[in-house]
Design a protein around this ligand. Structure first.
Ligand SMILES: [Zn+2]
Length: 395
């Protein structure tokens, strides 16, 4: 009897040990709760983008029907393309979140499987050592069970199984059940990930369609001289409107507290790769549609998507979209000086950010009132435009 008590004690210890070290799967999954709330936030963000996009779609249809504003039509296309790009980026982040969650779940399941295998082996070892003649049938049963599942099925049919064995079996069975629940959750996550991957592909197809729609629209403008002229008129008005706004806002900028970076005496670097050295439109007076017009900066043509560099270190004042300047950036260099980079396809910085000279701040494009990829570069002193060529050295 003494021997049996010892065995019972050992197995009780084993069962206790199992309960103590085997966390339930739900606990493991709740470790990823941070990711879950991020996923919810991302899903809401994507829904909001979809609503905004539907609004621009409607606006675009209205504009097309009235066809009284060529620039507004172009800018509506651009705004929508930008929203789709945001949607793609949010969906990509969502997929990464799911990937992270799945990786965590797989690690948890692997850990749990290894633990159950180890406990089961220890349990069998103890039985092999401790059971003798009277329990021969039981031992044969154990040793002939190829897996935990077999053993559980076989023990169901064994009437004389000891109570403490049953408790241990239950514990193992519960662990196995939790493991199965975890696997189910993993499968659900995988299905959700598949769905978002499909959404992402749809977004990309939508983006391509919108881009080709925009190109078709621009081509139709070029073919229609009257409309093209109208577009130029609108663009001039829009430029004047933004210029007035920038003049006032940048003149009021208080930069006493910030580090001053030199702008004069050749301190500025060329804002795109020096491989692109041609200036297609200089600073100052020019003629558009036979009418005098003032150009606030210099235009440097470069391929779409090529880097736009911070001409000097400083702090980003604006990184936003305007229907005339498209995606543009303004950097404050201190001492009253700012530089501006317009018509970018997309931006790499945000307002308030500190940037180093030569840092990529945007990518060349033709957003806003631009037809042809180029960087529109301005230098301003106390808000007023300066000739950039007095500060830049053309490569
Ligand atoms: Zn320009």
């Amino acid at each position: 009897m003494k021997r049996k008590k010892t065995l019972a004690f050992r197995i009780s210890c084993l069962a206790l040990c199992l309960c103590a070290v085997a966390p339930r799967f739900a606990t493991v999954v709740s470790d990823a709760a941070g990711s879950t709330s991020e996923i919810q936030a991302l899903e809401q963000q994507i829904e909001q983008i979809k609503r905004d996009q539907a609004e621009y779609e409607k606006k675009l249809d209205e504009l097309k029907a009235s066809s009284d504003s060529a620039l507004q039509i172009k800018s509506s296309y651009e705004k929508e393309i930008q929203l789709i790009e945001q949607k793609i980026s949010s969906t990509q982040t969502l997929i990464e979140q799911y990937d992270g969650l799945i990786a965590e779940t797989i690690t948890a399941i692997d850990g749990k499987s290894a633990e159950i295998d180890q406990r089961f082996e220890e349990f069998l070892d103890r039985l092999r050592i401790s059971y003798e003649d009277g329990f021969a049938n039981y031992l044969v049963l154990i040793l002939n069970s190829g897996s935990l599942t077999d053993l559980l099925m076989n023990t169901e049919r064994t009437a004389d199984i000891l109570a403490y064995d049953r408790a241990l079996m239950d514990s193992l069975e519960a662990d196995k059940g939790n493991l199965e629940a975890g696997k189910k959750e993993l499968e659900d996550n995988r299905a959700a990930q598949q769905k978002y991957k499909q959404d992402l592909e749809n977004d990309k197809a939508e983006l391509d369609a919108k881009r080709s729609g925009l190109n078709t629209y621009i081509q139709s403008l070029e073919a229609d001289a009257a409309k093209y002229e109208q577009l130029q008129e609108e663009a001039i008005k829009a430029d004047e409107e933004l210029n007035a706004r920038l003049e006032a806002a940048l003149a009021a900028l208080n930069d006493n507290e910030m580090v001053q970076h030199p702008v004069s005496g050749g301190a500025l670097i060329w804002p795109v790769s020096t491989a692109y050295k041609v200036i297609s439109s200089p600073f100052g007076n020019r003629t558009v549609n036979g009418r005098p017009n003032f150009h606030y900066g210099v235009d440097i043509p470069a391929p779409a998507g090529s880097n736009v560099y911070a001409s000097q270190s400083g702090v980003v004042v604006y990184a936003e979209w305007h229907y005339s300047y498209g995606n543009y950036v303004v950097i404050n260099h201190g001492g009253g000086y700012t530089t501006l980079y317009a018509h970018n396809t997309s931006l790499a910085v945000s307002a308030g950010q500190t940037v180093e000279q030569g840092q990529v701040i945007a990518y060349v494009g033709q957003t806003g009132s631009a037809y042809g990829n180029h960087c529109h570069f301005e230098v301003r002193f106390n808000g007023a435009v300066q000739n950039p060529m007095n500060y830049l050295t053309q490569p």
